[in-house]
Every structure is written in structure tokens, then in C-alpha cells.
Design a protein around this ligand. Structure first.
Ligand code: DC
Length: 232
């Protein structure tokens, strides 16, 4: 199926499988995949490594603001997969640890951090044919995106997915900590002042609590065919 050069915005709660879904769609329809959460995670990793977040979680916003524009966060395509880089260093693994997950929501709530990330996402998406996942892609970053998806799933199921993912990577979190982190992030992401997580009015909702990846693909394929009048 050939689809036009559009922007597909995928928003939703943490651990709803947005990136897995977006990567699958990117591969199926030859789109560029951009993970906006990875940008926020990259800024958070940088702040942690440079002593800008103290042991109580307080962020030294002044120091972060002073250097954010010189941060070279970007994506590279390695063997067909999009990886996050800080300068020449691949930080794909480090940005997924619980340490980064625990601090990323407050970092992403800082307006100058959001401006920095939005600016980079626009630059990386020039020309379209991009699928991007996040929290505010369809509402703020690309309000004119041709197709918007809002993903949701049961909280316990989401926590279990995140827990399984971490265990598979060799981490040893407790399920309770993972669940708590998820609930805290849901709250901060939905209640922050700047670009809170919310469904764009024209977004299609996918609740994938009980969906397989194949069912997700069938779902979006049908949606694209219907919306753009494409006959298979
Ligand atoms: O999707 P993720 O879990 O990797 O996102 C990490 C954090 O970044 C999440 O807690 C909220 C924030 N985020 C955001 O505020 N806006 C986006 N477009 C993407 C992520």
C-alpha cells in the first residue's frame, strides 16, 4: 500500500506501546520514525551526568538553560533502527534506565526544554513522511498532522509491560516501583502547565490493552485506507 508523505502523530500515556507501534508502522510504510520522548530522556541524562539534578530531584534550571542550545541531541539510523545520540555517543541504552525515567517528567515540564525539543523535532521532520510518538505531538508540535492516534491501555497492564521490558534488559526493579513511577508520570504529564498530555480532538483512540501487534497493524492500515481513500 502506498501512502502519501504525511505526518503521523502518536500520543498517549507511558508504556502504551507507542514506540513499538510507531516503529512497526514506520517499517511497514517506509516512514522515518522519531521518538520525541528520547529527546526528553537525553536532556535528562545530560542533566544527571552533569550534576544538574540533586539527590532530592531538584533541577538546576539555570545551569541547564545556559547550555541547552549547545546540546547536540539527534537521531541516527543504525541498521534500519533509529538510535538516539548525544554528540557521537549512542545513549539509547542509558536513557531507558529507571534513573532517567524517574526524573524525565519534571525535566520535560520545563518550558525551555520543550522549546528545545520542539525545535529539533521540526528540523528532523522537514519534508514529512514521518511518524513521531510522544505526549503532545498532535496537540502542540504538529497540530496539523494529517493523521493523529491517541494510545491508551489499562494501568496494570502498562506497568507489567514496562516491568518485563526492564527485566529483559537485566534490571531488577520491583513491580511496585515501576507501577508507582508510571502513575506519577501519568499525573505529571497530564497536569503540567505547558503542553499537558491530552487527546487532540481529531485523534483516533486506540486502547490496546488486549490487542496484539498484528491487530494494531490491521487497525491502522484500515484507518489509513479509509482516511486517504486508498484501495488495496
Ligand atoms: O515516551 P517516553 O516514556 O520515553 O517519554 C519520556 C517522558 O518524556 C515522559 O514522562 C513525558 C515526556 N514527554 C513529553 O512530555 N512530551 C513528549 N512529546 C514526549 C515525551
Amino acid at each position: 500500500m502506498i501512502i502519501p508523505d504525511i505526518i503521523i502523530a502518536v500520543d498517549g500515556f507511558s508504556s502504551t506501546g507507542k514506540s513499538t507501534f510507531a516503529k512497526m508502522v514506520a517499517k511497514e510504510f517506509s516512514f522515518l520514525y522519531l521518538d520525541s520522548g528520547a529527546m526528553y530522556r537525553g536532556v535528562t541524562l545530560y542533566a544527571l551526568e552533569n550534576g544538574m539534578i540533586d539527590s532530592e530531584g531538584k533541577i538546576d534550571e539555570k545551569s541547564l538553560k545556559a547550555c541547552i542550545d549547545s546540546l547536540d541531541l539527534h537521531f541516527r539510523n543504525i541498521d534500519g533502527a533509529t538510535k538516539t545520540f548525544l554528540g557521537d555517543r549512542c545513549i539509547e541504552g542509558e536513557i531507558r534506565t529507571l534513573a532517567v525515567s524517574s526524573h524525565v517528567s519534571p525535566v520535560s515540564a520545563i518550558p525551555f526544554v520543550r522549546n528545545y525539543v520542539d525545535d529539533r523535532l521540526h528540523r528532523f521532520s522537514e519534508g514529512g513522511r514521518v511518524i513521531m510518538d510522544g505526549r503532545d505531538i498532535g496537540t502542540t508540535v504538529f497540530p496539523d498532522a494529517e493523521l493523529k492516534i491517541f494510545m491508551t491501555a489499562d494501568t496494570q497492564v502498562r506497568a507489567q509491560r514496562r516491568y518485563d521490558e526492564m527485566v529483559a534488559k537485566g534490571e531488577t526493579p520491583s513491580f511496585e516501583d515501576v507501577l508507582k513511577n508510571l502513575q506519577e508520570r501519568d499525573y505529571i504529564d497530564s497536569h503540567r502547565e505547558v503542553s499537558p498530555l491530552s487527546r487532540a480532538e481529531d485523534a483516533y483512540v486506540m486502547d490496546n490493552t488486549e490487542m496484539t501487534m498484528h491487530e494494531e497493524l490491521v487497525w491502522i492500515t484500515g484507518l489509513i485506507q479509509g482516511k486517504f481513500g486508498i484501495l488495496e
